[in-house]
Design a protein around this ligand. Sequence first.
Ligand code: KE4
Length: 429
Amino acid sequence: MPPIRVRSREAFERASRVLPGGVNSPARAFGAVGGQPLFIARGDGPYLYDVDGNQYLDYIGSWGPLILGHAHPRVVKAVEETVRRGASFGAPCELETQLAELIISALPSVEMVRMTSSGTEASMSAIRLARGFTHRDFIVKFAGCYHGHVDSLLVQAGSSATTLGVPNSPGVPHGCTADTIVLPYNDVDGLTETFQAHGQEIACVIVEPIAGNMGLVPPTPEFLTALSELTESNGALLIYDEVMTGFRVAFGGAQQLYHQSPDLTVLGKILGGGFPVGAFGGREDVMKQVMPAGPVFQAGTLSGNPVAMAAGVATLQELRDHPPYVKLDELSKRLTDGLHRLADAAGVPHQVQRVGSMWTFFFNPDPVTDYDSAKKCDTTRFGRFFWEMMDRGIYLPCSQFEAAFNSILHAEKHIDQTLAAAKEAFASL
Ligand code: KE4
């Protein structure tokens, strides 16, 4: 019997009168799974509670930021203490330097950093910087990768752009994407041919080093090598978009996991501990081109906001002082192995793909290696599975084209609770 959700329904109707689609981001709209979004009253540890008082085990974690779970005491304390001294000064404060130093300690490829208020701003600024530094216009991105709603990158983007089947958004003039080359993810030949044809015109390649926005798609080692070698040999900058993977798959992100050294890195999500923080950083010679040190303009009223910085500092200090990655990997593996075993037993065609505590259960009989294979998933079946799990108190990402996330508070009992729900859900399919 599905839980009562009357208050959520009322809240959604009221929101829909004043907010387009009743939400402030389409990823939350349940467009891909049908039904209406739940309105959340609070989060506590690994749990979400909706306005009707129903409890859910949360595998979204605010789409990645909450690796420490909801309302972590160290983060709450830092935010409370900071906000009492004022929320924003429009002037530099030492918390900005402190968070930048923590980023640099985690990511050897990052020598300098600029803070922003979102991942979109960070990737948009990194693209502008790459073009300004190289004096070139072409950029390369990969189908199914999402780098925020940047005009020049909103082409065959992943995440909710795919979820809603809107590969190219209205309102983006052709001129904005005329210099954007879109290639298949993991396609070494395509990348090689592109550099052979345009190598001296390409400013940068931006890539999710582990794709999370078409569901979880790992890179092949050959792809990572080609990305590094082809950008290096052609004078283009390699930008790793680690908004999702940064501090998630390792303290040093995917670049630590795969021993890579991109020229620029885009960060967000965990970096803010649930508060609006993005950042871009990398080689000092490149970053020194950013205004006011250099000529490439970039700005933001609330960039480096003290309260958001305090949340980020507390989060990164906790991850540095008590690295959770081995345990996170073990428990996430226990979950995905269990899902695989149960789906097999139920005769459900599927793939389960995981890196660390990021994972996706694909309703697809074949491995998902790129955007085309991701789009072959049975999204109708995903929608039914989503609600079967939701009605059993398990809150999964509301799209086949999103990654799920475990937090440090998802313990064995939570994994077992999830597998018990999945067994019934698969049977109901
Ligand atoms: P934001 O502007 O949403 O902070 O970050 C954009 C972004 C950039 N790069 C990557 C790899 C990302 O995953 C994102 C944002 N991710 C989506 C979910 N996959 C955010 C959810 C939403 O749009 O509401």
